[in-house]
Design a protein around this ligand. Structure first.
Ligand SMILES: NC(=O)C1=CN([C@@H]2O[C@H](COP(=O)(O)OP(=O)(O)OC[C@H]3O[C@@H](n4cnc5c(N)ncnc54)[C@H](O)[C@@H]3O)[C@@H](O)[C@H]2O)C=CC1
Ligand SMILES: O=C(O)C1=N[C@H](C(=O)O)C[C@H](O)C1
Length: 240
């Protein structure tokens, strides 16, 4: 496949390397410094685009790919208020758009465990739930996209939890899920969900050791999305 890299930072570099190791070619590596290369790129030669840039760049990149009918795999977090707009554009254009807050298989297993635990804890009102996420200091958004996905699953299943709150001192308020976002180098991504009671704590934790799991997942999805259409997610790709 010929893959276009939209966002050639820490993730774009690992993704390009892995894609080449898997026998793909890279159509172009687009960064802040060479966005104008998109004006002359032959889109008909591109099989899929992988977009890992930054919150204020994602919408333009995705719009460009969708309008050029290039299936696009997006991992950028922190722009999701605009996602409905991108989904509408995808559908009206008959293109393909895939979004996941986390492409690693391990985190997607963790999402399932989190949902299962939340369902059980709905029946255990003595426990308050809280979350901690730890990432490197260059991360632009907080809380992480992964933390938001985890929180949304808890809010959907635990009736007493109505919202999440970032870095607030709401421990003990049973209606809020406090999320603490720590920035410590070189953490690639750690997420901890804790249910706390006077008697005991129940804790689940995922720790990424590198960016390889995120990057491999994105390349595998790009291979899968090549001939697909529509708004797609990990629920369409993963069979577990
Ligand atoms: N969904 C997932 O599995 C994962 C998502 N991420 C997300 O991916 C994004 C990128 O992460 P990193 O690579 O660590 O960040 P980074 O800061 O190392 O790289 C971002 C790159 O985007 C470039 N950029 C800025 N404007 C651009 C534009 N208009 N077009 C193309 N590129 C542009 C910047 O120059 C920079 O090189 C973040 O939003 C992060 O949260 C990161 C890891 C995993
Ligand atoms: O910015 C990062 O690095 C990461 N971002 C994603 C997120 O916001 O959840 C995924 C991963 O945790 C790494």
């Amino acid at each position: 496949m010929n893959i276009l890299i939209l966002g050639y930072g820490k993730m774009g570099k690992v993704i390009s390397q892995l894609a080449e190791e898997r026998g793909h070619t890279i159509a172009a590596k687009i960064d802040e410094s060479n966005v104008d290369e998109l004006d002359t790129l032959d889109a008909s030669e591109v099989d899929a685009a992988i977009e890992f840039s930054q919150p204020d760049a994602a919408v333009n990149n995705l719009t460009w790919a969708i309008k050029h009918n290039i299936p696009v795999v997006c991992g950028t977090t922190g722009w999701l208020e605009k996602k409905p707009e991108i989904e509408r554009l995808t559908l009206s254009n008959g293109s393909a758009f895939f979004y996941a807050s986390n492409y690693s298989i391990g985190v997607n297993v963790f999402f399932k465990v989190n949902s299962f635990l939340a369902k059980i804890m709905n029946e255990q009102p003595d426990y308050n739930v809280k979350m901690e996420e730890i990432h490197h200091t260059e991360k632009k958004d907080a809380p992480s996209g992964t933390a938001i996905t985890l929180a949304e699953a808890i809010i959907d299943r635990v009736d007493r939890v109505k919202r999440w709150d970032l870095d607030s001192d709401v421990n003990g308020n049973e209606h809020a899920l406090p999320i603490t976002a720590k920035r410590i180098d070189p953490a690639p991504g750690t997420h901890i969900v804790t249910y706390q009671s006077a008697i005991d704590d129940i804790e689940i934790k995922h720790t990424a050791h590198s960016r390889k799991g995120f990057a491999l997942g994105a390349v595998l999805v790009a291979e899968w999305i090549k001939d697909k259409k529509g708004v797609l997610s990990m629920d369409d790709y993963l069979t577990f």
